[in-house]
Design a protein around this ligand. Structure first.
Ligand code: 0X9
Ligand code: ZN
Length: 439
């Protein structure tokens, strides 16, 4: 999760050293289990004051783990602090470079290949050629959409899946944080299912809505994680001597109000102003141009196994807060069926930490989209951002299960009634009337 202040030397050094990939040799990942308020408080203090340790997740009482990365030089100190305070911890990876080396990354160039494997990650070029190939394979149903442009001039590419005009829309934004590799993968999996599945519920979902899916909304950052620095989170715009703005702190809704930084070296740097970044500005314009067609908006992140609803700075219940929670909880119930994976559903400010300027808050508040969720995918801190490739397929399958249930529940609660569905029910009423007349 967030990277408040730490590893400043890496943040300052690595952005400009673009010749060789940074290696995390002997960097150790800890999964700490705080047991009381004192433990949480101590971990929060370390996170806020000790720049040597990189908190991959935040000490928040809702989560019973905190994931922290240490360099080989500082690990003895960390262990001493933990032991001195009687805190339970386990070393989940002695040397995260080994896990990074195990993460296979496929880049296919064959122009007619339309199948993705769900046991490997992909480069940006591969994802984009896969999208292009799908458009050729499913003409009239799948179309390329460009949601905007990045600082380095890359298009934010996505796919629109539509079986006809006039449908309500579902919008999915993946990869806004570049190191969360499972996010683009799950967005691609959803695309793949919508186009190829024979499952009736999936086919109905594909048919009944217009889908707008952007697997990689931070393309520069994503390329950087593949080519230079695996743990890069922000975009790649140089700001003074630092690089990058956290694109999930840069949206124009309660910008910089809480859980964001004014320090360009920080991993939660909100940028010099709201929508200062080409990625957020162009993508938000694209989303706004869709008017009020969006019924469901999903932002996909990792990790912690959470389903979050707005807002990032308030736990106050808005108009359909309880519906959103109920629909979310039921969707997470469906997610757990296949592999037993447990998610917690909650409000952002309550479930993790106060964080404003995120996409979901803007979409909810400014565009009044009825249902808006942020997924924090697998796992619960064992591998964190370095989710092993053998978990890609199970993760993606369970996310798809949850999405179908989310749509099902949303409809039961009176949401997402596509015009298509409306025609269907009008037709049924008409039919019932005719039957009655002749009875
Ligand atoms: O901090 C974030 O941006 C997200 N967590 S992550 O670990 N993937 O970085 C949470 C986003 C929740 N949404 C808002 N804060 N609006
Ligand atoms: Zn994220």
């Amino acid at each position: 999760m967030i990277f408040l202040n730490k590893f400043l030397f890496l943040i300052l050094l690595v952005p400009f050293v673009s010749c060789e990939k940074f290696r995390f040799n002997n960097y150790t990942l800890y999964r700490i289990s705080p047991e009381n308020d004192q433990h949480y408080k101590l971990l929060q203090d370390i996170q806020n004051t000790d720049v040597r340790f990189d908190f991959w997740s935040d000490p928040t009482p809702l989560l019973d783990f905190v994931t922290v990365l240490s360099s080989p030089e500082d690990k003895d100190d960390l262990e001493e602090i933990l032991r001195g305070n009687k805190m339970k911890y386990e070393v989940t990876m002695q040397n995260i470079q080994e896990a990074i080396d195990k993460e296979t990354v496929e880049s296919y160039t064959r122009s007619n290949n339309i199948s993705m494997s769900w046991n490997t990650y992909y480069t940006l070029d591969s994802i984009n050629s896969w999208l292009a190939n799908l458009i050729t394979a499913y003409p009239g149903i799948a179309g390329m959409i460009i949601g905007g442009r990045s600082y380095e001039g890359r298009d934010i590419k996505g796919l629109k899946i539509s079986h006809g005009s006039g449908r309500r829309a579902i919008f999915i934004e993946g990869g806004i944080h570049s190191r969360e590799w499972i996010s683009p993968s799950s967005a691609c999996y959803i695309i793949n299912e919508l186009l190829t599945s024979n499952d009736p519920a999936t086919r109905a979902a594909a048919r009944d809505y217009d889908w707008y899916i952007f697997p990689v909304t931070n393309p520069d950052g994503y390329v950087w994680t593949h080519e230079q620095f695996r743990l890069w989170r922000k975009n790649r715009r140089p700001i003074g001597t630092a690089v990058g703005v956290d694109l999930n702190r840069n949206w124009n809704n309660n910008w910089l109000v809480s859980g964001a930084s004014v320090n360009p070296a920080s991993d939660i740097y909100a940028g010099p102003g709201p929508f200062s970044e080409p990625e957020t500005l162009s993508l938000s314009e694209y989303i706004r141009s869709m008017g009020d067609r969006i019924d469901l908006y999903l932002s996909i992140h990792s990790f912690s196994q959470l389903l979050l609803i707005p807002f990032g700075n308030s736990t106050a219940a808005y108009a359909n807060y309880h519906d959103a929670m109920n629909i979310g909880r039921r969707a997470m119930g469906a997610l757990s069926v296949r592999y037993g994976t447990q998610y917690i559903t909650g409000n952002i400010a309550e479930a993790i930490y106060q964080a404003t300027g995120g996409s979901v808050d803007w979409v909810k508040e400014q565009l009044k989209v009825p249902l808006v969720y942020c997924y924090e995918l697998r796992d619960r801190g064992t591998f964190g951002f370095l989710l092993p490739t053998d978990q890609i397929r199970p993760n993606n399958e369970e996310v798809m299960d949850s999405l179908l249930e989310m749509i099902h529940q949303a409809k039961r609660f009176g949401y997402m009634n596509s015009s298509n569905g409306l025609h269907g029910s009008l037709f049924l009423c008409f039919l019932a009337l005719i039957i009655k007349m002749f009875h």
